[in-house]
Write a protein that binds this ligand. Sequence first.
Ligand SMILES: Cc1ncc(COP(=O)(O)O)c(C=O)c1O
Length: 459
Amino acid sequence: MTATQVDRKLVAELTEKEEKRLEDSTPKSFELYQRAIKHMPMGVASTYHARDPYPVYFTHGKGPHIWTVDGQEIIDFHNGYGCMVQGHAHPVIVEAIQKRAPLGTQFGLPTEDAIIMAEHLSGAFKLPQWRFVNSGSEATMDAIRVARGFTGREPIVKMFGSYHGHHDYVMVSIGVKDFGAIGPRDDYKQFSYGAGIPQSSIDLTVPVPFNDLENTTKRIERMVAEGTTPAALIMEPAMMNLGVVLPEPGFLEGIRELTRKHGIVLIFDEVKTGICTARGGSVERWGVVPDMVTLGKAVAGGTPCGAIGGTEEIMETVNDGTVFQVGTYSGNPLSMAAARASWEHVMTDDAYKHLNHLNDRLIAGCDAVCEKYDFPGYTVGISSKGCVNFASGRITDYESFIKYQDHELVALAWLYNFNRGIVIAPGREEEWTLSITHTDDDIDAYIAAFEDLVRDVSA
Ligand SMILES: Cc1ncc(COP(=O)(O)O)c(C=O)c1O
């Protein structure tokens, strides 16, 4: 079967049937939604929690499972957008939080656990200087400011389609659907992601194609020639917000060389890859060391935290007070205690071995299903992260993602999963995140739900 042979009428019918099944099983969520919408736009705390026609609300989680307000027990492959690689309510992290809470959770003054975490991160990411923040967005925002302060320049470069958080500098050239308007690959246009982003910010953020060193080089060398050399190039070393897109051989090395040649600060945004794909993230996995790293999500075991690492030279701008890198809750004792417990006792070598085993099993299982039904899909993954691309062509960047990814099937897959007791992050851009508490049985449940979908769509 090819993507064009997928029966669209059948997909629409299955989607309607599965949506009805979900609605029938979640009456309490619907009730909560009606209450929530009176005081919260879309009935949620963040637009990323929203779902059409209404979101499913949850009560608690333990290990690989979470429970809905309607009492459904769900195997969690969403894991809080990748924060919960440790699994929910891990006893070691719970104990660390319980020990810390009665001693005070916030002073706005320094404590030792932050020093210990900076020591751990320095070793793993091969960058000596660290600061802590409260989220991935704060990390990328502050890293870009440091890079601008260090270089004295304003423009920045990012990969087209990459998500780096919700601040103005980076809400540019993502989620763009109008493909004809994107421009040539060495001269991509800038697009605002929603309203409210100043044009001056949009103009300063220049997009280039992932996995395309030639056109990235052309664009950057043109900027240099025009006297608008970028302060920084910010990128995910493996793009996680288009499913999972791995770097082609030599791409990261080429980017490292290009940025070094022009004195551009290379920032690896490891908010999703850090901790989840290896303790030292992509730096450990691919051996290319950037000038700065940003972390968030899984770093503090499900408590709000982010981090910024940099070279001595770059972070001297913070050390000598040239750049202000600040925050009331930065390095707060509660997050630091959870981060330390996770780092020292939870995300062990054995934990990573287990994640790799589970991911290999899941990838092999989903690939076997695609092969069995001659279904237009394939899997990609590393360590705890992965996805099925519902695509007949290979996805290597944003253009191929838009061209090949079948968003109707992605939406249907989410419904099939939920109705069979599995949740993954919603949206065509998202990937699964495994946790160290998943078992082979959980993986087999995922593969079985996937086979249900593929069999029904192939009927
Ligand atoms: C790569 C990347 N960077 C930054 C962020 C922003 O993190 P946060 O939502 O914690 O602000 C995200 C969030 O999904 C992300 O995926």
